[in-house]
Design a protein around this ligand. Structure first.
Ligand code: ZN
Length: 109
């Protein structure tokens, strides 16, 4: 076994899985920019976690000059700073557009 690193868990209530992803959004007030963390997720909870992050982002009151992007999925890596986490855009697309991996619509009038 390699050096034990601390284990982080999914932030979904009653979920005991280790967290693999971070739900976070880029925030800036024009001077400072940072990654705002909404939660940690295992693979199973990603759809709910992402949706919850998006709901919170929508409800967030911004002051003039502040920007907050819609939350995305970042691969959690121990010892890495937020700035270097890899964004999982393909996963986001799959979750946000469930039709994309179903068969294409062939409905005709
Ligand atoms: Zn979970």
């Amino acid at each position: 076994m390699p050096m034990p690193s601390y284990q982080v868990f999914c932030s979904t209530k009653d979920c005991k899985n280790p967290a693999q992803y971070k739900i976070a959004a880029h925030w800036s007030d024009g001077v400072v920019a940072e990654l705002k963390t909404y939660g940690l997720c295992c693979e199973e909870c990603l759809p709910t976690g992402l949706q919850r992050g998006r709901d919170r982002q929508m409800a967030c009151q911004l002051t003039p000059g502040e920007t907050l992007e819609p939350p995305g999925i970042f691969l959690l890596q121990h010892g890495k700073r937020d700035q270097v986490l890899q964004r999982q855009t393909e996963l986001e697309e799959q979750i946000l557009s469930p039709q994309s991996h179903a068969k294409p619509p062939s409905r005709e009038e």
